[in-house]
Write a protein that binds this ligand. Sequence first.
Ligand SMILES: Cc1cc2nc3c(=O)[nH]c(=O)nc-3n(C[C@H](O)[C@H](O)[C@H](O)COP(=O)(O)OP(=O)(O)OC[C@H]3O[C@@H](n4cnc5c(N)ncnc54)[C@H](O)[C@@H]3O)c2cc1C
Length: 199
Amino acid sequence: MPYQLDATVAAIRSIAPSLFRMTLHCPAIARSSLPGNFVHILTSKAGEPFWRRAYSVHDTDTTKGIFEIIFKVVGRGTSSLSRMKKGDKLNLLGPLGNSFTPPHKKNIVALVAGGVGVPPLHFFAKTLVQKKKLPPRNILFYVGMRTRREHFGLPELRGMRLNLFPATDDGSFGYRGFVTSCFEEAMQSTSLALDDLNV
Ligand SMILES: Cc1cc2nc3c(=O)[nH]c(=O)nc-3n(C[C@H](O)[C@H](O)[C@H](O)COP(=O)(O)OP(=O)(O)OC[C@H]3O[C@@H](n4cnc5c(N)ncnc54)[C@H](O)[C@@H]3O)c2cc1C
């Protein structure tokens, strides 16, 4: 069931130019969010922009009642969000959207995402590992960013011991080029048939 309530900004940090990680204290949403869900945020109290903006849940900590979003500053809503300070309140609607179909125990799961498309898959990978839905080696996570500094989830992903394949547009870390090309090339060079993957 989605809630409409005020969350408190618990932390906001710039990860790379224009890229921010925001932690929100909101126990009801932290508790009920599933991988793939998003929250609709009223980014400004001044009514500009008028419409809410959607942000995927990147991570949750139910014991602390917090969850995280990652956003890139591109327009009015994200400019307003980037100026928020610890202790500020934001009105949220959520969790909204669908989650992912859980894989079978023996599946190999390939997750492919880039930029601000990574958060829902990061949350999915973490849930699969924590709930022991799959052995970590059966998760192939292809993560693309423009440059090395933008790879915000690396420590957590490394800690999960899954198969991580980083890519950067500028070649500063991992594969040079788009993450989709990295994935395509990997599939062509292995004996794994795409049919065997839950993609
Ligand atoms: C389900 C879902 C999940 C999402 N999850 C995330 C997430 O995890 N992280 C994230 O960063 N984003 C996410 N988004 C996108 C997010 O909802 C916003 O659309 C995005 O952050 C831009 O909002 P904004 O208000 O900053 O930009 P806006 O002001 O809405 O502008 C959007 C784009 O239009 C351009 N633009 C604005 N005004 C003009 C103009 N007058 N003329 C020409 N171009 C213009 C801007 O430069 C920008 O490129 C998600 C969207 C959906 C639907």
